[in-house]
Design a protein around this ligand. Structure first.
Ligand code: HEC
Length: 413
């Protein structure tokens, strides 16, 4: 019952997260695009910053960006803040539901570090608060005016925090934490810098004075940051579906390349109208990114320390391993404390099921090593190597075992 409630909450939070996220990033990209494409009319009206004409859904739209006189301030002004607020809140709900409540399986990987679930959750919360405080302090301090230094320091904060994640958390949790970190910095920028600047703009307009330029300048800086954060963040959001990224032994490098590469592509999209000379460097970046990723993804056979097994593997050996390490979850009658029904409907109760699933077993238990989940059943490196050898030798069923070995096959368990 509780399982179903959690799953329903999870579904609702994820659905809301997706809808709000599309609205937030969609708005933000549209406004960025409009800003870059504004044209100065021939005889601009006072206060005019630029105009743009668009055609969409059965009509023409003319939009003017401008400064207002106090008397011109309209009664209704549309803000765009809850798209961001709801994206962040639903994202944090997902983090709690999936990662904090399932910390022992989702956040911990004994091969990465032996911290407790509580420590992992504390570390997670502290990292978001701490990173925001540092990042915000950098840009509010005098260093914030020397953009290059401040940018390098901010990258330092993000990379340093990510290094903590990769040192202590499972690969998958580390990825999503970098995502939540970036999303939190973006949300902090919206609520603590950009919205106050808009309030100041309105107050200044009402009082008929110039807006404090420092406040407007800071808001512009943060909005540029958010612009660059979007592509890496969107990659991280979908990365959970791609174990070859987060389970790779160099998962941090893949994230760094994809994060850096996608921010560079964002840069190309920003400047392509005004500075075509960036076209080729940007294509270059994209090529390098794609190339390196392909190489890394093709290097998937990364069995670590154990010696290669060359002797024949009997099916009984395999059945024994699967019975000890996998059927606690993947069975018609699971014994695991969390999984009461076989995950993804995958079961390894009969020889037939095991033989049929051999390619998937290789993928998850040998290549990616993300099964058993969080290695709760403590599978050894030698056992993984035995599975690999069995599959490479043709993944034969019990019929191929030497007569002496038969009889003790999987039915006995
Ligand atoms: C603690 C419970 C648990 C144990 C033990 C476990 N798994 Fe899983 N397994 C899961 C869960 C949960 C999923 C679904 C989530 C996912 O795909 O990562 C899953 C998914 C899978 C999938 C993906 C199926 C698909 O739809 O693509 C395979 C293959 C798999 N497990 C194989 C194994 C093997 C082989 C072992 C033993 C070496 C094992 N699992 C042990 C919990 C477990």
């Amino acid at each position: 019952m509780l399982d179903h409630v959690t799953e329903l909450l999870h579904l609702i939070a994820r659905w809301i997260h997706l809808i709000a996220g599309i609205m937030w990033i969609g708005n933000s990209m549209l406004f960025n695009w409009i800003d870059r494409n504004l044209e100065k009319p021939k005889d601009p009206k006072p206060g005019n910053i630029g105009n743009i004409w668009m055609v969409h859904s059965g009509g023409f739209y003319e939009m003017e960006k401008k400064f207002l006189e106090p008397s011109q301030l309209p009664k209704t002004l549309h803000w765009f803040k809850w798209q961001n607020g709801i994206t962040w809140l639903s994202g944090i709900s997902l983090l709690i539901l999936i990662y904090y409540l399932g910390a022992s399986q989702m956040m911990i990987d004994p091969e990465v570090s032996a911290i407790s679930s509580q420590t992992a959750v504390l570390l997670s919360v502290a990292s978001f608060v701490g990173a925001w405080i540092l990042y915000n302090a950098i840009w509010r301090s005098p260093i914030g005016k020397a953009s290059t230094l401040a940018t390098l320091l901010s990258l330092g904060v993000v990379i340093g925090t990510a290094a903590v994640y990769f040192t202590f958390l499972s690969g998958r949790a580390a990825y999503i934490h970098v995502g939540v970190l970036i999303g939190t910095l973006m949300t902090g920028n919206v609520w603590f810098v950009i919205l106050p600047s808009q309030r100041e703009l309105i107050a200044a307009t009402k009082e008929g004075r110039e807006q404090d330029p420092a406040i407007g300048y800071q808001a512009k800086q943060r909005s540029v940051h958010n612009n660059y954060f979007t592509f890496p963040l969107l990659f991280i959001m979908i990365s959970g579906h791609f174990p070859s990224t987060f389970s790779h032994p160099k998962n941090w490098l893949i994230l760094a390349i994809l994060g850096g590469g996608s921010a560079a592509i964002r840069y190309f999209m920003n400047v392509r109208f005004t500075e075509p000379r960036w076209l080729w460097p940007a294509f270059g970046t994209f090529g390098i990114t794609a190339g390196v990723v392909l190489i890394m993804l093709s290097d998937r056979d990364f069995l670590s320390s154990s010696a290669k097994r060359t002797t024949p593997v009997a099916f009984t050996e395999v059945a024994e391993i699967m019975h000890n390490r996998c059927t606690p979850c993947h069975s018609t009658t699971p014994t695991d404390a969390t999984y009461k029904i076989a995950p993804n409907g995958i079961m390894f109760d009969t020889p037939d099921q095991i033989v049929r699933m051999a390619p998937k077993i290789k993928e998850r238990a040998v290549t990616l090593k993300n099964m058993p989940l969080a290695n709760v059943t403590q599978m050894t490196v030698e056992e993984r190597e035995t599975l690999r050898a069995w599959i490479d030798q043709g993944a034969k069923g019990p019929a191929a075992d030497a007569p002496a070995a038969q009889g003790s096959a999987v039915e006995g368990h």
